[in-house]
Ligand binder design. Sequence first.
Ligand code: BG6
Length: 479
Amino acid sequence: NQTNNRFPEMFMWGGATAANQLEGAYLEGGKGLNLADVLPGGSSRIKLLNKPGFNFEIDQSKYVYPNHDGIDFYHRYKEDIALLSEMGFKVFRLSIAWSRIFPNGDELKPNEEGLAFYERVFDELLKYDIEPIVTIAHYETPLHLIKEYGGWRNRKLVDFFERYATVLFNRYKDKVKYWLTFNEINSATHMPLLGLGFSPDSEETRLQDSFQGLHHQFVASAKAVKLGHEIIPNAQIGCMLLYATTYSYDSNPENVMHALEEARIFNNFCGDVQVRGKYPSFIKRYFNENNISIEMEDGDLELIKEGTVDFISLSYYMSRTEKKSKTLEEGGEGNLIGGVKNPFLKSSDWGWEIDPIGLRIALNELYDRYQVPLFVVENGLGAYDKVEDDGTINDDYRIDYLREHIKAMGEAIKDGVDLIGYTSWGCIDLVSASTGQMSKRYGFIYVDKNDDGSGTLERSKKKSFNWYKDVIESNGTVI
Ligand code: BG6
């Protein structure tokens, strides 16, 4: 399959992961507990994530905790990085587990063993000329900050985060140029536990507390951007948005207006603050109508203005279709971010609607709005894989999904979008964030581990491994 899409010469091809979903070794190297360590595997996870008042008091003996061992990247990173290099990766996105560096989150001194671990990982990547892209906070708030401080509702987390980011920038200034502050920052109002480290006391307080927490993260992110640039002169620091291209269900102006309103709050609000450096005018009415009032300190708005990001990174898995009044049956059937079913789209086995054109639209919308470089740092298909008797894994469905999304990026580049890279999600199988399953696989590399925790952890190449290698080798022309 040849395409004429021209990806830029230096296009950053690679894959993406997060510490809590692959490292394992949850109590090794002086690490403290974090949110992911106390989330059980299976469908109960998503219920807990959405349940107001969840306080972690569940009978642990009834559940498995898949993030505890992850895929044991902590001990196997050399083998894994060698495989990524075989695919020709130019970049690798990973996160740092905050609680490896500050086990409780509020200490004054960092944990040297944690710092040394990531140093070894970066050195290994650099040995193969793979550039690390580092997410500073990826759904893994130290548990102590959640339990003792109430997560990001509490202003004190801004200072703890600043200390943490400063340590990272100083320690890794010669090894890491690309940084992302908060993973999918805009997902906060939907799942505050993941992004903001608290479970809302009730549905009534969800929005107020989430937007207050977001304000704290905006300040923390702006501080990190300023510090990062001071400490690492050539640093490129981005925000990270969960982008869900939003359609109106039909041409009824009521629905069109509703879709616009939803898109502005979900897709645009955080980007407007982090890229343009100020709260957008549309948010005032939304805050008024929802009784939201944000406590700010003197100087916050200046900081937000001064600490704007260098680029936008985004995850893109699915689009969203909105209708003003919807019946229960019309609900989005598992599209995590809501909406109604789109009759034109097929869904993954987890109900996420597959929409490559939506990615082209997303990139155009973002570039039209902000004119800063864009980086797709997550995209992929969570699917069940079957290991054949001869050991092969023929994941053509994954290849098809990725091919169509890569073509869509090529079209966006032709449209004039400044797209600088693509890291597909879960390039090596890892634990799912929303369900804790291993069977929801995204990788080019298969990891022999099952939902119940059994398995040899052995790695093997899927059919998509060589396919992606060819994509990278040909810079996106042979797909
Ligand atoms: C993104 C997250 O929302 O989606 C990742 O940043 C996550 O951490 C990915 O793994 C895919 O979601 P899931 O639930 O299939 O793992």
